[in-house]
Design a protein around this ligand. Structure first.
Ligand SMILES: Nc1ncnc2c1ncn2[C@@H]1O[C@H](COP(=O)(O)OP(=O)(O)OP(=O)(O)O)[C@@H](O)[C@H]1O
Length: 328
């Protein structure tokens, strides 16, 4: 089964009032925010430990950007408790300098050069590594003299990613930083991120719809749905509860009757099912011995299953039979 690749020990929340050397933890209780009649966040209780890589998932409009904006002090909360490193970050200048939120189009001054933008971030962020940022500009194939307004969407995303990486902020959040980046650039970003957090531990929150590309990085997984917390768990625990089983239709179906099947795909005479829940290890071992292929389930399947709208019909090829409660 897939393991997170940080090679670091798992840490709980750091608490306290200062920045833990390995990053800032996040704690919310009954956190809420409404835009008019829309409940963007609804009584959210969340604990994200310091020094870890957290995945924040959710369908469009689930409340991810709203949550990240509150943590970054761009928005006041509408009620409840929010603490970053033990303190409410809102209008707390010291905390704000330790928190970086990278989001599309939100981090650069568009009509100034990249070099100018890097200097600005170096001046306002105590942890910003200006030399490394300069190297990253070259690595991402950008020119220090380029102005963000004149870059392509993917290049602008790369420029934002550079600011987030080089900030080395104790709490660094990337909100859909991949938007527009091509596959090699996305790979470069995730490779750089994982290598740098090993050297300079900090708390990372990654929000992305490209779950398959980031899932190997994640140490915890949090899923929001309609502003509420659907799941927040160790990524390994989630992975341990999911398997895909592939093989001839009859043999897979026979096994599937004994499992909680949440997704099914057919490839010619071969059937693949995804099962989640309490797994009977002996049953799976027997299946492997019988020639069926048993492997870790993609997080994407769990995500689709958990966030499926029951009134919208079956759009994913899923046979949604299990109870989401069983997964939390
Ligand atoms: N400025 C705003 N005014 C009114 N409603 C808003 C505003 N910003 C967000 N919303 C609403 O709040 C809810 C949560 O939006 P949010 O942007 O946090 O979702 P998200 O999970 O980041 O979505 P996406 O994956 O599409 O970016 C949505 O229903 C959205 O329409």
């Amino acid at each position: 089964m897939t393991q997170p690749h940080t090679g670091r020990s798992q840490t709980g929340g750091s608490g306290g009032s200062g920045a833990d050397p390995s990053g800032l933890d996040v704690h919310t209780r009954d956190l809420s925010l409404r835009y008019g009649k829309t409940r963007a966040l609804d009584d959210l209780d969340l604990d994200l430990g310091a020094g870890r890589i957290h995945g924040l998932l959710g369908r469009n409009g689930a409340g991810k950007t709203t949550l990240l904006s509150i943590l970054a002090s761009l928005l006041p909360s509408g009620g409840g408790v929010v603490e970053v490193g033990g303190r409410d970050p809102f209008e707390d200048e010291e905390r704000m300098s330790q928190i970086s939120l990278i989001r599309e189009g939100g981090n650069t001054v568009g009509d100034e050069t990249l070099s100018w933008n890097l200097d600005l971030h170096a001046a306002i962020r105590p942890t910003f590594d200006r030399d490394w940022a300069g190297h990253l500009v070259t690595q991402f194939g950008l020119s220090p003299d380029a102005k963000p307004d004149k870059l392509s969407r993917g290049q602008r995303s790369a420029a934002n990613a550079i600011l987030g990486l080089a900030a080395r902020a104790p709490l660094t959040m990337f909100d859909e930083v991949h938007l527009g980046m091509d596959a090699p650039t996305r790979q470069l970003f995730t490779d750089l991120l994982i290598a740098d957090v090993v050297e300079h531990p900090r708390t990372i929150i990654l929000s992305s719809h490209l779950i398959s590309e980031i899932e190997h990085l994640l140490e915890t997984v949090t899923v929001l749905h309609h502003g509420r917390l659907l799941l927040s768990a160790e990524a390994d625990d989630v992975r341990r509860r999911g398997v895909t089983i592939t093989g001839p239709v009859a043999a897979v179906d026979a096994l599937g009757r004994q499992l909680s099947v949440v997704a099914m795909r057919d490839l010619g005479p071969t059937r693949q099912i995804t099962a989640y829940g309490e797994l009977d290890e002996r049953l799976l071992a027997d299946a492997e011995r019988a020639g069926l292929e048993v492997s870790a389930a993609p997080l994407q399947d769990l995500f689709i299953h958990l966030t499926a709208d029951p009134t919208a019909g079956n759009t994913s090829g899923n046979t949604a039979t299990s109870d989401p409660e069983a997964l939390s």
